[in-house]
Design a protein around this ligand. Sequence first.
Ligand SMILES: Nc1ncnc2c1ncn2[C@@H]1O[C@H](COP(=O)(O)OP(=O)(O)OP(=O)(O)O)[C@@H](O)[C@H]1O
Length: 253
Amino acid sequence: MATLDIKDLHVTVDTEDGTKEILKGVDLTIKDGETHAIMGPNGSGKSTLAYSIAGHPKYTVTGGSVTLDGADVLEMSVDERARAGLFLAMQYPVEVPGVSVANFLRTAKTAIDGEAPKLRTWVKDVNGAMEKLSMDPSFSQRSVNEGFSGGEKKRHEIMQLELLDPKVAILDETDSGLDIDALKIVSEGVNRFKQNSDKGVLLITHYTRILRYITPDFVHVFVDGRMAEQGGPELAEELESTGYDKYVSAARA
Ligand SMILES: Nc1ncnc2c1ncn2[C@@H]1O[C@H](COP(=O)(O)OP(=O)(O)OP(=O)(O)O)[C@@H](O)[C@H]1O
């Protein structure tokens, strides 16, 4: 079972000009097997939502709740959130010089499971995940994100998703910087994950492009720190032709 429930979430950040409210009451429920796409104009707060769920220290939750299968996520440390089954693939992943992909993944898996994976099966799993993502085996010996191309970063994220096997995956801008072939490979990885009926996916994206490969059950339009509209996959197609103007004007009114 995996239900991520976000109710009336308010989040602020401290800026040079003082405290700014970014999320102004977000409601979202992601149930077992559901894929939700969030689309919205630049600066509307989509990444803030992802980071807040993951527990990034820059963001202060000032109201509302986030629960995963009833457990209070906001009370958990970042590590506890990962152990509880939340996974965040970020728009700007950090470089970790001197730490190989293989070691990074094994450490993450150990932290999440509470015990180290058996070496022989782990190597098999890593190689299997890399093969599915059409990655060169030498990739596992490279330092995390150091000199990675946009496509390599995204493949690495999906590799984490496959190996860490979370309950709910939050994927931010997964389609940015991907060529068509890489987009397909990454989408297939997300689709493999979402084939498990007990998994939830929250996909944050600017373009409908990726939604042609990963079909969302729900599409949300996010404007000025709130959900402005909700619909099915057809809403994404509509946004492609109409843009966000209608929703931005309504939010300002
Ligand atoms: N640490 C911060 N300091 C100052 N402002 C911030 C900070 N984090 C976010 N913001 C502001 O919050 C707003 C929402 O940013 P966020 O990155 O969440 O939007 P977004 O919808 O993901 O944008 P994009 O589509 O461009 O990625 C923006 O106006 C941004 O400048």
